[in-house]
Design a protein around this ligand. Structure first.
Ligand code: C2E
Ligand code: MG
Ligand code: MG
Ligand code: MG
Length: 288
């Protein structure tokens, strides 16, 4: 932006940059404090089963949940992850933040298995970021959380983005180590990165999550429908499942179901919910 504005008065932009840096530093100190004071919490978005024959979609409420972190800030209210995950990455707080989310979510998931029995979500998805996978001893940290919470590792799915999954040897090695713990991996936001259908077989993932940018076009764009269908076909041939992300309308749900997606997630079904509300939602209580 500074360039486009011309070289005339660059000084005008310096205060803005300083301000941005200061704000970032402020967030960092704030986040450090938030972790200590317990201001972070986890919400859960249902992942539903899209069952039934073509043309008659039946929604299963307990296919799974995705854990999503939130920050209850004392003055700013609830802060979304886009505003602090990057800061956590850059400031080395991501390891601690990620471990907090994983442990809280595993603990909650095990409680649901006990309290909800057959209605309990069958799978827990938790997002990972770059800094966590690069952290020395990350696999051991996950193993300890599995042990301490008692979650069945087969019910845990860790989500990584394509750009991350396709990265260097260190990340690849980390992903393979994680799988040896008995959990599975999902490829998040598929279609937004540079990897292609042709390289899906190289990644150690069991599930492909088709990004919202495709799902939102599934009704109006034949081009996007073809891409979704191709993704489903390739995934199936590799014995991978698919989840359609960001389903907002009944027409989008019908479309991705017709194209072969067997799971979905989105505001049509439910936004991310606090744990107690999620429990009522999966049981189908009218109050949820
Ligand atoms: P994601 O993993 O792709 O998660 C899905 C995001 O889409 C969530 O945003 C969710 O609230 C939102 N979403 C779900 N359904 C709909 C819909 O129908 N329409 C629209 N417009 N949005 C929908 P959220 O919670 O703000 O999280 C954003 C991203 O932040 C996540 O994207 C994930 O990459 C990252 N993130 C969230 N929690 C964590 C965490 O605990 N650790 C790490 N490393 N990353 C996290
Ligand atoms: Mg995700
Ligand atoms: Mg996603
Ligand atoms: Mg996404």
């Amino acid at each position: 932006e500074a360039k486009r504005a011309g070289g005339g008065r660059p000084a005008r932009f310096e205060p803005a940059m300083r301000e941005r840096a200061a704000r970032r530093g402020g967030i960092e100190a704030d986040l450090r404090r938030a972790l200590q004071l317990g201001e972070l919490f986890v919400v859960y978005q249902p992942v539903v089963g899209l069952a039934g024959p073509p043309g008659s979609l039946a929604v299963e409420r307990n296919a799974g949940v995705e854990a999503l972190v939130r920050w209850q800030h004392p003055t700013r209210g609830v802060v979304p992850p886009i505003e602090f995950i990057g800061v956590a990455e850059e400031s080395g707080l991501i390891g601690e933040l990620g471990a907090f989310v994983l442990e809280a979510a595993c603990r909650q998931f095990v409680t649901w298995q006990r309290e909800l029995a057959d209605d309990a979500p069958r799978l827990l998805a938790v997002n990972l970021s770059r800094g966590q996978l690069r952290e020395a001893g990350f696999t051991a940290r996950v193993a300890a959380i599995l042990r301490e919470t008692g979650i069945d590792p087969r019910q845990l799915q860790l989500e990584v983005t394509e750009s991350l999954a396709a990265q260097d040897q260190a990340v690849q090695a980390s992903l393979h180590e994680l799988r040896e713990l008995g959990l599975s991996l999902a490829l998040d936001d598929f279609g937004t990165g540079y990897s292609s259908l042709a390289s899906l077989h190289l990644l150690p993932v069991g599930v492909v999550k088709i990004d919202r940018s495709f799902v939102s076009q599934a009704v109006d764009s034949a081009h996007h429908r073809v891409l979704i269908e191709a993704t489903v076909r390739v995934a199936e041939s590799l014995h991978m499942g698919t989840v359609a992300e960001g389903i907002e309308t009944a027409a989008q749900a019908a479309s991705v179901h017709a194209l072969g997606c067997r799971k979905g997630q989105g505001y049509l079904f439910s936004p991310p919910l606090p744990a107690d509300v999620l429990a009522r939602w999966v049981r189908g209580d009218a109050t949820a």
